[in-house]
Design a protein around this ligand. Structure first.
Ligand code: NAD
Ligand code: TYD
Length: 351
């Protein structure tokens, strides 16, 4: 195989670092550039193990900086872009939507334009990584399919829906070779401790309250992050151009039940008596516009490309907890002063 030049954006973040690692390890003939602005959510510590690999290069930059992106794309003439860079936290999108519009919408358009002008559009592809939240919320039953209408409710999901539309429009109007996937909630190592699962683990370790929004009855489908990275690998190589693929774990949980499982496992691992961590649970003010339930029908991906999740939730959550227990220094490094401030604002007002 001839060397393929690939740009992965947002590769220093949670999912991006798993995708970069997978590509660097599996495809020694590819040249993989990781472009990341290193916001609060991006951290090069996530990639220490591969930073010296010969087929890997880190590029610090902002996807919204059109002249910088043009120059990079012109110099490198990429065969493929796997676009993950985004603002990704719903609560932050509620308190500060502007950055979500800037990065998720405008930044995506900058990348589309530059790939159109300088990329290998003859045999390459532009792959946009998106979320199931673009479909809005479900009631007690049903699943999102690739045909479900978009009905985003949060500024985050509205910005991702918008960027999906722009990607598809560039495919139709300019014949850009594009593909999109929409995935459910990921969990695993290197997850910034502002999202539900790592926040609960971290708070238990620090004997801090476990803030559960509303009654904890909202439902999410959880997929182990390495299974998402596997799906991205498949779709990048074999997905049909112009198509969308839904990715999910078929693993739905009410928030309160997931928090209780984490509490129980943490008590066992920390040698605490049963119920110690659960006593930290606090029901706090609900999130504004809180989507009730997400659930994914991923049969298209399973039938057309033969994907299925390989890590059970029992295995995945245990691996995740073990990773946080062995990597407390990582948590200390990423939870900088700015994060402490965010945390104070987010939770003190809600109690
Ligand atoms: P993350 O917040 O952990 O990481 C985002 C990365 O993007 C960070 O490294 C950050 O530095 C970088 N970034 C942000 N703004 C940038 C900019 N302007 N220019 C360059 N880099 C920038 O996010 P994540 O959870 O890893 O999500 C990655 C992608 O997957 C996002 O597009 C998200 O919408 C999507 N997604 C996430 C989930 C999930 O459960 N986390 C589920 C489905 C889809
Ligand atoms: P989150 O991890 O932020 O992902 P998303 O909002 O993208 O699904 O939240 C997952 C669920 O957990 C969601 O229903 C909101 C809830 N939640 C809490 O109850 N408490 C918290 O402190 C956080 C961050 C989330």
């Amino acid at each position: 195989m001839t060397a393929k030049k690939i740009l992965i954006t947002g590769g220093a973040g949670f999912i991006g670092s798993h995708v970069v690692r997978r590509f660097v390890n599996r495809y020694p003939n590819y040249e993989i550039d990781n472009l990341d602005k290193l916001t609060y959510a991006g951290n090069l510590e996530n990639l220490r193990d591969i930073e010296g690999a010969g087929n890997y290069r880190f590029v610090k930059g902002d996807i919204c900086d059109a002249s910088f992106i043009d120059q990079l794309m012109n110099t490198r003439q990429y065969d493929g872009v796997i676009h993950l860079a985004a603002e990704s936290h719903v609560d932050r999108s509620i308190s500060g939507p502007d950055e979500f519009v800037r990065t998720n919408v405008l930044g995506t358009i900058v990348l589309l334009q530059a790939f159109r002008q300088y990329g290998n559009t003859a045999t390459g592809r532009f792959y946009h990584i998106s979320t199931d939240e673009v479909y809005g919320e479900l009631g007690e039953t049903g699943f999102f399919t690739e045909e479900t209408s978009y009905k985003p409710n949060s500024p985050y999901s509205a910005s991702k829906a918008s960027s999906d539309h722009f990607v598809r429009a560039w495919g139709t109007t300019y014949k850009l070779p594009i593909v999109i996937s929409n995935c459910s909630n990921n969990y695993g190592s290197h997850h910034f401790p502002e999202k539900l699962i790592p926040l609960m683990i971290n708070n238990i370790l620090n004997k801090k309250p476990l803030p559960v929004y509303g009654k904890g009855e909202n439902v999410r489908d959880w997929l182990y992050v390495e299974d998402h990275a596997g799906a991205i690998d498949l779709i990048f190589h074999d997905g049909k151009l112009g198509d969308t693929y839904n990715i999910g774990g078929n693993n739905e949980w009410k928030n309160i039940d997931i928090v209780k499982i984490i509490c129980q496992l943490m008590d066992e691992k920390l040698g605490h008596s049963a119920g110690t961590s659960e006593s930290l649970i606090e029901f706090v003010k609900d999130r504004a516009g809180h989507d009730f339930r997400y659930a994914i029908d991923s049969s298209k991906l399973q039938n057309e490309l033969g994907w299925k999740p390989s890590v059970t939730f029992e295995e995945g959550i245990e691996r995740t907890i073990d990773w946080y227990l062995s990597n407390q220094a990582w948590v200390e490094h990423v939870t900088s002063g700015a994060y402490q401030e965010y945390y104070k604002n987010q939770y003190q007002e809600n109690r």
